[in-house]
Design a protein around this ligand. Structure first.
Ligand code: GDP
Ligand code: IMO
Ligand code: MG
Length: 429
């Protein structure tokens, strides 16, 4: 039992990347097990900033093995672009990274992006507001089975050529029917492009499941890096305004092949307030000056798409649900400094839906749309918290605030983050 997991308890961007980077040094292997280049994880260390999307947040340190496991959907073009950016930003060169990619991971093709763009456009006001990275359409093909390609198949040229000929013909038929302006894809051109990626991918491709099973047997220290947030989970989130994988703690076993009973500590990361990108209900959203103030102070603009994030007060109903769902042992409360200077701070402790007060998280997005937040109001603090390094350094009102949100979410708060840097972290023992 030597694995740790870091998962997001809200709608993503909780600062998982910061915590994975912070803890990576105590581990031998960092594993990304779901999602793809829809994620944007920011790591700030030693004066350098890395914006990672597909690469695990341990990638900056070649002494740590970085694993892209089975549950990830992989866009090879995006992977190589990201490896280029990593080096340009002061990280290791592509030839020096310690990266292992699952032969079972599914591959994203250009038709996945095209299909997503058409589907989202047709939904108009009801669009999911996806990142347009072909994530949902690739997972859809994975679940549909017959028109999916896995990484291992890229390494078999004749097989790939035949399979893509069939898939591309089928995609062209469907996409032309959905959008007469759609320009059909050329199967041979896609095959050539992907055979080029296959050559470069080959040194990284392996059976990561077998690798991780051996690592578990050898008692190696493994860190699982969640992507997206629990409330974007396809089964347990705010369906259909979710991503297409199990982005709550439930996805670790499915995505990595490592049973959850090996996880010794599961850290649930939650911002001291709420943000959400894209469509779907967000009970505590503030479409006012306070929301704007949080967005500006927290620099709440998407890492991947640059979209302004929707901002609001902390939602303890949602975070408590996510913590129970994933089995979080402890909370990491992040971006607390963003609330410095607010006269009062509000926490949503229940929802009122059609006159009924509940602390259960509803299954139906339309119930959530109607839910009104029941707030507890706490006094704010005027002090700057960004230099606090110890729990006792925090202003008394900030400590009370953190204790209240942990109490309402039903989990102890083990970590508080007061800035993007590794150093700006309070660890409570
Ligand atoms: P992730 O997707 O969960 O890894 O989170 P993102 O990297 O998308 O978003 C978190 C953002 O907040 C990044 O820009 C981080 O550098 C920044 N950040 C992390 N922790 C803190 C903090 O405690 N305070 C502030 N002000 N910013 C933080
Ligand atoms: P990280 O790992 C925030 C959101 C999108 C959209 C929905 C579906 O950085 O926390 P998708 O492209 O996945 O089909 O989009 O999910 N979304 C995220 N929001 N952070 C993320 O990742 C996200 N990944 C997907 O905005 O609402
Ligand atoms: Mg992010």
């Amino acid at each position: 039992m030597s694995a740790t997991a870091v998962i997001g308890l809200q709608w993503g961007d909780e600062a998982k990347g910061k915590f994975v980077d912070l803890l990576a040094g105590e581990h031998e292997i960092v594993v990304r097990y779901l999602g793809g280049n829809n994620a944007g994880h920011t790591v700030v260390a030693d004066g350098k900033t890395f914006k990672l999307s597909l690469l695990p947040s341990g990638i900056t340190d070649p002494s740590i093995a970085s694993v892209i496991a089975t549950g990830v959907v992989l866009n090879p073009k995006a992977l190589f672009e990201e490896l280029g950016r990593l080096e340009a930003d002061g990280g290791p060169a592509a030839g020096d990274v310690n990266l292992k990619i699952s032969d079972r991971a599914h591959v994203i093709f250009p038709y996945h992006m095209a299909e997503e763009a058409i589907l989202e456009k047709r939904r108009g006001d009801e669009a999911i507001g996806t990142t347009m990275r072909g994530i949902g359409t690739c997972y859809r093909d994975k679940a549909g089975r017959t028109h999916a390609v896995r990484v291992g198949e890229l390494l078999r040229p004749d097989h790939l050529k035949a399979k893509l000929a069939e898939i591309v013909e089928y995609k062209n038929l469907i996409l032309t029917a959905l959008d007469p302006a759609f320009e059909p894809f050329d199967a041979a051109a896609i095959t050539d492009e992907y055979l080029g990626y296959a050559k470069k991918l080959k040194p990284f491709v392996t059976d990561t499941t077998a690798y991780l099973h051996k690592a578990v047997d050898a008692n190696k220290k493994i860190l699982f890096e969640g992507a997206q947030g629990s409330l974007l989970d396809v089964d347990h989130g705010t369906f259909p305004y979710v991503t297409s994988s199990n982005s709550s703690g439930c996805g670790i076993h499915a995505g990595s092949g490592v049973p959850e009973r090996y996880i010794e500590k599961l850290i649930g990361v939650a911002k001291a307030y709420t943000t959400r990108v894209g469509g779907g209900p967000c009970v505590t959203e503030l479409n006012n000056e306070t929301g704007e103030r949080i967005r500006t102070r927290g620099n709440e603009f998407g890492t991947v798409t640059g979209r302004p994030r929707r901002c609001g007060w902390f939602d303890a109903v949602a975070v408590g649900y996510a913590a129970r769902l994933g089995g979080a042992d402890t909370l990491a409360v992040t971006l607390l400094d963003v609330l410095d200077g607010f006269e009062e701070v509000l926490v949503c402790e229940a929802y009122e839906i059609d006159g009924v007060v509940t602390t259960d998280f509803p299954a139906d997005a339309s119930d959530l749309e109607r839910a009104k937040p029941v707030y507890r109001t706490l006094p704010g603090w005027s002090e700057d918290t960004t230099a606090c390094r110890d729990w006792s350094d925090l202003p008394a009102n900030a400590r009370t605030y953190v204790e209240v949100i942990g109490g309402l979410a039903g989990r102890p708060v083990g970590y508080v983050s007061v800035g993007p840097d590794r150093e700006q972290t309070i660890v409570r023992r």
